[in-house]
Design a binder for this molecule. Structure first.
Ligand code: ATP
Length: 236
């Protein structure tokens, strides 16, 4: 799909559903995540944004994280009141009864492609620039780049010209990888869009540090999430 067409509106509901998958540890979910999701929802006229907390991340020992149930609970609270934001259990990592297993984005995207398989359905993978720059460490990342469009949200300190360096040259649509619009990189089957309207300094690391030091996190996470963290005495 062309970069221009991929950005066209929710107007074409009959033409298919426009879905973004937004994965992360969400440890905890914060206002930066919601700013990213809102900006993507607006620019790409998304019908739904699936927030997908990962139960057992490939690159982090799960023992370093609060239990999945807490992180999922906070994501669900943060999605409440946003009609298009959905808390997803797709990467809970325990649904098959065989015990915990590591989840990979490439498998998750395939799963959603099976679910959203009508003509005109369009999947986006939504992530921050720091995550995109780590992509080469992800399982089958070249396959992943072929499977769906990417929306990369800028983060403070990030330089947009670094995005291209992560992409294997053979995946680019042309040697220059130039797309019809400057904020996108055209790949052979998909596009990577830069979402540069987000400028949030909030990070989960900062939220956790503040809580560890007994400082306020007011204004950094949604009020319901702040209440949950306090009631459950998380990150103390
Ligand atoms: P941590 O500080 O623990 O590394 P985080 O704040 O980056 O966490 P994650 O759950 O790892 O949160 O993030 C999920 C996704 O959201 C990642 O792709 C990350 O890059 C992106 N993201 C998180 N915060 C922001 C932000 N402030 N601006 C843009 N993208 C963000």
């Amino acid at each position: 799909m062309s970069a221009k067409r991929a950005e066209r509106g929710r107007s074409g509901k009959a033409a298919g559903r426009r879905i973004a998958l937004f994965g992360g540890t969400f440890d905890p979910i914060h206002l930066g995540h919601l700013a990213v999701a809102r900006a993507a929802e607006r620019r790409f006229r998304l019908d739904q944004v699936y927030f997908i907390p990962v139960g057992h991340p490939p690159h982090k020992p799960a023992s370093d994280l609060p239990p999945f149930e807490h992180r999922f609970g906070m994501v669900a609270l943060a999605c409440a009141g946003h009609p298009r934001f959905v808390a997803s259990l797709a990467e809970s990592g325990s649904s098959d009864g065989a015990g915990p297993h590591v989840c990979y984005s490439v498998d998750t995207v395939r799963l959603f492609r099976e679910q959203f398989n009508r003509a005109g359905d369009h999947l986006y993978f939504l992530l921050g620039a720091d995550s995109f720059l780590d992509l080469a460490a992800w399982k089958d990342y070249d396959t992943l780049l072929d499977l769906c469009d990417f929306i990369v949200a800028s983060r403070p300190g990030f330089r947009s010209d670094t995005l291209r360096q992560v992409i294997p040259p053979q995946l680019l649509a042309s040697p220059s990888g130039a797309a019809p619009e400057s904020r996108a990189i055209a790949l052979r089957h998909t596009s990577v869009f830069l979402l540069d309207s987000v400028d949030s300094r909030v990070s989960a690391t900062d939220v956790r540090r503040r809580l560890e030091h007994g400082r306020s996190i007011h204004g950094l996470v949604p009020p319901r999430v702040e209440e949950y963290i306090n009631k459950q005495a998380l990150y103390r």
